[in-house]
Every structure is written in C-alpha cells, then in structure tokens.
Design a protein around this ligand. Structure first.
Ligand code: FMN
Length: 324
C-alpha cells in the first residue's frame, strides 16, 4: 500500500477514539496511534509551538485538576482537498485540584475550543488550537497576565532579554525604591486569621476606590487569600516593628500576641496600625509566581500614628522625615 493511500474518514474515526481515550480517560499514549512522529501543536493565542509529549503532559495536568472532565465534540468537519480535519469541542469538569498554582474552587467549569488538524501520510502532522491553559484559567475566573504562559523552552515564543538588566541590577533598582509596609490579612476556611507582610501595595484609583497587592503563591497565606471574598490591608506604624517581623516570617498563629478587630466583612484589622482598609477582591490576575489581587475598598480606618518606612531591606522611622 502506498503511503498516501488512506481515507480521511478512517483518520477521523481513529482520532475520535484516541481523543476520547486521552482527554476523558487520561490514556494519553493512545494519541501515538494518530499523531505523525513530527507532530506539532500551535497555539493561535500564544503562538507557542509544542510537541506531542508536551500535549500529553498538558492533558494529564488538566485532568488532575478536573478529574471528572468530559469532552463533547459539537462539530467535526473533514476537508478532503486540504487534507484537514476541524474539531469544535467543549469540555465540562469540576475544578477539584489546584492548577498551575491556582487553588481549586470546586466549581463546575465549561471551556470551548477548536482545533484545525493537518493530515500527512494518514497521521495528524499538526494542529492549530484556539485554546491553551491560560484560557482554561480564564474560564475558571482567573485571567493570566499575557506573558504568564510564555516559555523559552517551547522554542518559538522567547522573551526578548536584550537590554534587560541582570537580577542583581534589578534588585539594585528595587532597593532604591522607598515604600511603606503593610500586613495583608484574611481568614482561612476555619475562620483563623492569616496574614503576611507586603510592600507591593499600590493605590490603583480613587474613583472607583481600587487597590492592588501582589502575593507570592508559595506563601502559606496565599490559598486562603485566593479563596476569600475580602482582604484587609494594614499600613504599619512606627510602633509595629515587632509585628512586621512576625508577618514577614512563617508562623502558625501570627495573631496570638496581637490586638486586632474585624472589618465589617470579617477581615482582620490590626490595632495600632497607621491605617487599615478592608476591600472586596475583584480580580486575581495570574503572573506566574505571583497573583495580582485588585480589590475595591469598602471600609477604611486612619490613625494619628506615623507610618513605618521600608528601604533596601531595612525599616525606618516615618516621623523623622525631612521635607525638601
Ligand atoms: C518588607 C517586606 C515586604 C514584603 N512584600 C511582599 C509582597 O508584596 N508579596 C509577597 O508575597 N511577599 C512579600 N514579603 C514576604 C512575605 O511577607 C514572607 O514571605 C512571609 O513569610 C509570608 O508568610 P506566609 O508564608 O506565612 O504567608 C515581604 C516581606 C517583607 C519583609
């Protein structure tokens, strides 16, 4: 039999069997039956090009997060003249386990996409997909910042590093930036107060009253914060040097030796702070290692206390500033 002597209908049938086995049951090696050895997957969104091996790993990662995932093929079009197959699909599943550092919500999620597959020698040689994991995160309600899923390893999308300073230079730059310092707080699922030191606080706008804070996903406070509807932000006063030390480190009960009270929506607000707000979390943008929380301020308290100053790893007395 000649290599080109195959029917696209047969390819389509094998594809459907392999697709269902891989996506709905996790038998990813079944894709080997339908993929050409030179198979490439091209994401229309990110322009990333990946291999069959990377696709298999992606499927396993998604299935781990959505173990009950079920795919429905809405349309499948075969174009004999172009030797191509187009699939329009949707999947449903429950967000049961964390995905790319995003804590699981337990919500049902539907996501949709289409794949345009090119056939060569009876096998799928390439597919263009409208969908990738960043889109799935958008479907679970967590949009990612554009570059979050770019990866130099995939070959095509490579961050342009020309002109970018090395890490030491960037650290040097950051050390020249003077900030205040805050403690960002929330409560965990058992109602226990949680919090961490953060100087990434930024006032976004006054109308509407939006604020921003970036939190590293590896912190122990992160998952509780991610799942919360509200958060507290406390600007440290001069008298809270010890307190900031507690919240900048790990500890099972950082609130044990503190006086604090609840905001109207239950967020812990630290007594003795220069100022505190409680805000409703509106957005949770994924930025690889961090999540950028944007929140709308609902309540504020301002004290007659001087704020603490933070510069280059050290804390300073906010009452000692001299006007220029
Ligand atoms: C001055 C200062 C500012 C900090 N800013 C941030 C920040 O903006 N975001 C963040 O994720 N961690 C920040 N950290 C680090 C966390 O406070 C630190 O990792 C803490 O141990 C996390 O606690 P947790 O793991 O118990 O939540 C900062 C630390 C200090 C001392």
């Amino acid at each position: 039999m000649q290599q080109t002597n195959y029917s696209l209908q047969q390819v389509k049938e094998s594809l459907l069997t392999a697709w269902e086995a891989a996506w709905d049951r996790g038998h990813v090696d079944s894709l080997d039956n339908v993929f050409h050895p030179d198979f490439q997957r091209i994401s229309n969104k990110s322009k990333n090009i990946s291999t069959a091996q990377a696709l298999k790993q992606d499927i396993l990662t998604v299935r781990e997060a959505f173990p009950d995932l079920v795919t429905t093929i809405d349309h499948l079009l075969v174009d004999e003249s172009k030797e191509s197959i187009a699939i329009f699909w949707r999947t449903n599943g429950t967000f049961t386990n964390d995905l790319q550092g995003v804590p699981a919500t337990g919500n049902s999620v539907e996501t949709r996409g289409s794949n345009l597959m090119k056939v060569k020698e009876g096998k799928i040689i390439s597919e263009e997909v409208t969908w990738d994991q960043s889109e799935l995160l958008e479907d679970v309600g967590v949009p990612s910042l554009k570059s979050a899923f770019e990866s130099a390893e995939n070959g095509v999308v490579v961050d342009d590093l020309s002109g970018v300073p090395d890490l030491a230079a960037l650290k040097g730059f950051n050390r020249q930036f003077i900030t205040g310092v805050t403690v960002v707080t929330t409560k965990d699922e058992c109602g226990k107060p949680r919090g961490l030191a953060a100087n990434s606080y930024v006032s976004v706008s006054l109308e509407p009253p939006l604020v921003l804070v970036c939190v590293q996903k590896t912190t122990s406070t992160y998952a509780s914060l991610f799942k919360s509807t509200h958060l507290g932000i406390n600007i440290m006063s001069n008298d809270q040097r010890e307190t900031i030390g507690v919240f900048a480190s790990k500890g099972d009960d950082k609130f044990a030796d503190l006086q604090w009270h609840e905001g109207p929506d239950g967020s812990p607000l630290l007594d003795g702070s220069a100022a505190s707000i409680e805000a409703e979390i509106k957005e949770r943008f994924q930025a690889k290692t961090h999540t950028v929380f944007i929140a709308k301020v609902k309540h504020s308290e301002v004290a007659e206390l001087e704020p603490m100053i933070y510069k280059a790893g050290r804390f300073f007395d906010g009452a000692e500033l001299q006007a220029l």
